[in-house]
Design a protein around this ligand. Structure first.
Ligand SMILES: Cc1cc2nc3c(=O)[nH]c(=O)nc-3n(C[C@H](O)[C@H](O)[C@H](O)COP(=O)(O)OP(=O)(O)OC[C@H]3O[C@@H](n4cnc5c(N)ncnc54)[C@H](O)[C@@H]3O)c2cc1C
Length: 379
């Protein structure tokens, strides 16, 4: 496992696990650990500019698979649980990344930025929306990353808002902007999130100063607690802003290189399902490769066949959610009727629409191990 950052990154946004993703967490034997690290959010209130509650969604709505799911955990806390469970069996290399890669019929030669060179039987790119591995093997980002034309930003703030176990969201329908405050386990702080239904322009995804400027401009005049939250932009220890985008690819593998998670099929934060897709995808990729005796072509093909329609349902939800937040122009297509049965069916497919075979009986003792051809790279 090669991670570019020097160590695990704490915090981040809260991610929800629903339906089959919960099942995968259970099969990994991590249900108790994940639940112990959850945000313990009771639900969400939407509010008006004066803070008056308009709508309430509880964490136990829809069997715990609703808007706020009963498993809701900060991305960094989920990484920690997965890391703690695997660190004794998996070689982790922090602070390094792959810079070159060449495959032949029997394996993949990899060069690391830190200078190491190794050969592996398979390489899996799970390096997110702007996957460098995808760019190296499949082509430039522009071919696969589909911006939905919206911007999302979040950062933590002191909890000077008396936020308890309820998430609060204020939406300004007229301008397509919204701001929310989310409780986290550290009750002295809260996670703030801003959303704007218009594109990011050319702000680079690593230029934090420009991103903060953009956010201030975009959110000027937004009501409710927005000004107080924006006042913490310069003292927050963490900040993230990006365009809302999906990744659409015809294939998620090429020979001995496979893609997983946002790198292969980001459904965007608007689907609320990206982590679930990544977990379910990892389960199916590993299971199908093992079941195919580690034959890359057969294993990756079966993983893709099982995942495809599940991914498409979630991407459809992401696009619909983004559209519903847009300020309708004069020629805008009317929104579909979300009260219709088609939507209930789509949500059902997005949460549970994939079979999870039981791979427990598949012998994985033949699992190929990386064979170092030079000392491991990294610190
Ligand atoms: C605001 C927000 C809210 C969200 N809400 C939800 C939700 O409620 N439910 C849900 O399921 N999902 C949600 N998501 C989506 C979810 O966060 C992502 O879909 C999920 O994190 C994807 O996991 P991943 O492992 O594929 O990629 P990432 O989480 O992006 O992880 C990629 C990792 O690869 C590392 N990396 C990057 N480049 C390299 C490189 N070249 N070499 C080595 N390492 C590299 C990165 O540092 C990172 O650690 C949300 C996302 C956002 C932004």
């Amino acid at each position: 496992m090669v991670e570019r950052t020097p160590g695990l990154r704490p915090g981040g946004q809260a991610v929800d696990a629903r339906g089959v993703a919960k099942e995968v967490i259970g099969r990994m034997g991590l249900d108790a650990e994940v639940r112990a690290a959850c945000t313990d959010t009771a639900g969400a209130h939407t509010v008006d500019a004066d803070g008056k509650v308009l709508e309430t969604f509880r964490a136990d709505d829809d069997g715990g698979d609703g808007f706020i799911a009963d498993i809701e955990i900060l991305r960094g806390d989920l990484s920690q649980v997965l890391y703690d469970d695997t660190r004794d069996d998996v070689e982790y290399i922090f602070g390094d990344r792959i810079t070159e890669l060449a495959q032949d019929a029997d394996g993949v030669d990899v060069v690391f930025a830190g200078g190491g060179r190794r050969r592996f039987d398979l390489v899996v790119g799970a390096d997110g929306l702007y996957s460098e591995l995808r760019a190296m093997v499949f082509g430039p980002h522009e071919r696969f990353v589909r911006p939905l034309g919206h911007v999302l930003a979040f950062y933590s703030v002191p909890n000077e808002f008396a936020l308890d176990r309820w998430l609060l969201e204020y939406q300004d329908q007229e301008s397509g902007r919204s701001v929310l405050l989310r409780p986290i386990q550290d009750a002295t702080r809260a996670m703030a999130m801003f959303y704007s239904a218009s594109p990011a322009g050319d702000v680079g995804h690593r230029d934090v100063a420009a991103q903060k400027r953009l956010l201030r401009e975009r959110m000027a005049g937004l009501g409710w607690l927005a000004p107080d939250i924006l006042a913490h932009l310069d003292d927050t220890p963490d900040f993230y802003l990006d365009q809302v985008a999906q990744v659409v690819m015809e294939r998620w593998s090429s020979g001995r290189v496979g893609l997983l998670g946002d790198a292969a099929f980001s459904s965007s934060p608007m689907s609320g399902q990206g982590t679930g897709l990544a977990l379910v995808g990892a389960y199916l990729m590993a299971g199908e490769l093992a079941a195919a005796g580690w034959d890359a072509d057969a294993g990756f093909a079966r993983y893709e066949a099982r995942m495809r329609s599940f991914v498409e349902a979630n991407q459809e939800i992401g696009r619909l959610n983004a559209r519903s937040r847009q300020v309708p122009g004069p020629d805008a297509e009317p929104l579909p009727d979300f009260a219709g049965e088609w939507f209930t069916e789509l949500v059902g497919r997005a949460i549970n629409g994939v079979d999870l075979p039981d791979y427990a009986a598949v012998p994985d003792s033949a699992a190929p191990a990386g064979s170092p051809t030079s000392p491991p790279a990294g610190p």
